[in-house]
Design a protein around this ligand. Structure first.
Ligand code: ZN
Length: 257
């Protein structure tokens, strides 16, 4: 790990809540290997080039994310043409389900905190879909990865501890939107990431003929909450062990008092 000051560590990996510091959910789930990301690094010319690329795709990803959250709040945001196919895919998803966001100002980008297990984070949205209340996480990558099971379990667990008198949330969903051009001959997919074209799948010998950019969505309910929350709490212990030298120095982290 590159050198970091204690303040940088606290800022990067945690939140201060009511005078105490606790780690962020995504800092903890980052210890789960990302096979897609490793493969991605291996394909790049250099580590630096890969970093620049990732930052740029993160920019479009977070813009897509923000635009979707505005729509869920009931606003009508301007949609950047670059992300229009993804937003159209989102609107197609929304029209296929009965999606209600109760109290959008509170339930979009909501801070959650588990006072027993000492972690915090921000959920994208607490929503009601077809009459059932749950955590919705919006993703803009190319797949639904294992770490999402841990993240959403952590959010659901903390949310339900915070709302003792209100309705408990039961479901966890991932909504993934993305966009690409598809070869009309072999089905290969071309994605544009920071001006660079990446072609995946299909037949490598094909002289591809790409159609216009399409947006797609994948909507998945994550099952197996009991196993996932247990795994998340184990991951947190492993994360604490890995970062023990920093954590020992954090005076307002109750676990190491
Ligand atoms: Zn082709």
């Amino acid at each position: 790990m590159p050198y970091m000051t204690l303040d940088e560590f606290k800022r990067k990996y945690g939140h201060e809540i009511g005078g105490i510091w606790v780690p962020r959910v995504t800092a903890i789930t980052d210890i789960v290997a990302k096979p897609g990301l490793l493969k991605y690094y291996a394909q790049q010319e250099s580590f630096e080039a890969a970093q620049i690329q990732l930052r740029s795709s993160a920019h479009w990803g977070s813009l897509t994310h923000k635009t979707i959250e505005e729509i869920l709040k009931g606003n009508k945001p301007d949609v950047h043409p670059r992300i229009l196919p993804s937003i159209e895919a989102f609107l197609r998803w929304k029209s296929q389900y009965q999606v209600i966001v109760p109290n959008p100002e509170k339930n979009i980008e909501m801070m959650i905190f588990d006072p027993d297990n000492l972690y915090a984070g921000r959920t994208d949205a607490l929503v009601e879909i077809d009459g059932e209340l749950g955590i919705l996480d919006i993703k803009t990558g190319t797949g639904i990865w294992d770490e999402y099971y841990l993240q959403t379990a952590a959010y659901l667990n903390a949310y339900n501890k915070m709302v003792v008198s209100e309705e408990q949330a039961k479901k966890r969903w991932i909504l993934r939107v993305e966009q690409y051009e598809e070869c009309v001959i072999c089905g290969a997919k071309k994605r544009t990431k920071s001006g660079k074209e990446v072609v995946k799948g299909g037949n490598p010998l094909c002289s591809h003929k790409f159609g216009k950019e399409i947006g797609i969505f994948e909507f998945k309910e994550l099952k197996g909450y009991e196993d996932d929350i247990e795994a998340f709490l184990s991951a947190k212990e492993l994360w604490e062990w890995y970062n023990r030298e920093f954590l020992k120095q954090i005076k307002n982290y109750p676990k190491f008092k």
